[in-house]
Design a protein around this ligand. Structure first.
Ligand SMILES: O=C(O)CCC(=O)C(=O)O
Ligand SMILES: [Fe+2]
Length: 271
């Protein structure tokens, strides 16, 4: 007896998380075209570099975000400025010093964000440059430290909220998260993502007074990526995402954002 088969399409859906041996133009374009949501490039930096950089970051020392308790960082995120003129001034006044602080922490290895910037510049026809805002250079390469058991709550990243009414934010078509994983726990610490793309107003409403949405308030994530030491991960930062609690050790990363404004425009990076 032959059973009737349901009429299913033969094309398998594309996995939203792609693992690739190198950072290639085709994979960056797949992210831009929304065909994938996460691009993981293992061994972007060597295990030896990770060990040395981890030590350098720890001895440089982390302090908490101005507006996200229990999240440690070296350098400063523009997210911390909260549109306050004196904090914005501090961000720009310390941007180049912070770039050099991160370089010293990574010495004798190159800072992984510098490596990323060069490789991206070589990969993208119009190049990849440091973002400027109000005519001033931004900082990129913030190192984040997540303590064991502490999540980075669910959020999306929108340059436009922090830099409203600027041509730099208005011209952005996509904003991707860049993370290089320097020292990550064996268990936990996944980058979790949800399919939803909330408007910024909806997000601000859901987070209330918190810096982001507690994981308990959300259904389980739709997909996730488990980073290993040395990985580079790029992802669509406009989707809701979070870092799940890790076990045992501090989770150290070097991070920033990648801005896309069209195929013939330079990509830009900032933290
Ligand atoms: O550390 C991660 O895996 C992602 C952190 C994050 O939210 C970001 O880089 O925007
Ligand atoms: Fe984020």
């Amino acid at each position: 007896m032959t059973l009737a088969r349901p009429d299913v399409s033969s094309a398998a859906p594309i996995d939203p998380v792609r693992v690739a041996p190198t950072l290639s133009l085709d994979d960056v374009l797949a992210l831009i075209r929304n065909e994938i949501q996460v691009l993981r490039v293992p061994e972007f930096i060597s295990a030896e570099a990770c060990r040395t950089i981890s030590q350098g970051l720890k001895s440089t020392g982390y302090s908490d975000y101005l507006n996200a308790p229990k999240v440690g960082r070296i350098g400063m995120s523009y997210f911390e400025t909260g549109r306050k003129p004196e904090i914005i001034e501090h961000y720009f006044a310390t941007a180049l010093d912070n770039l050099n602080l991160l370089r010293r922490a990574c010495d004798p290895y190159p800072c992984p964000m510098d490596t990323f910037r060069c490789v991206m510049d070589e990969t993208w026809g119009a190049g990849c440059t440091l973002q400027t805002l109000y005519g001033r250079k931004m900082f990129v390469g913030l190192s984040r430290c997540m303590k064991p058991g502490i999540p980075l709550k669910a959020h999306h990243d929108m340059f436009g909220r922090h830099a409203p009414d600027t041509p730099e934010a208005a011209s952005l078509i996509s904003q991707f998260g860049i993370n290089i994983y320097v020292d990550v726990p064996e268990t936990g610490g996944e980058l979790a993502m949800w399919q939803d793309e909330l408007s910024d107003a909806e997000f601000l409403d859901q987070r209330g007074d918190d810096y982001a949405i507690p994981l308990e308030n959300l259904p389980p994530c739709n997909y996730s990526a488990k980073p290993e030491n040395g990985d580079l991960i790029l992802f669509n930062a406009r989707k809701l995402h979070a870092v799940l609690p890790g076990e045992g050790i501090d989770r150290l990363t070097i991070s920033g954002f990648l801005g896309y404004r069209g195929d013939r425009e330079p990509l830009t990076v900032w933290s």
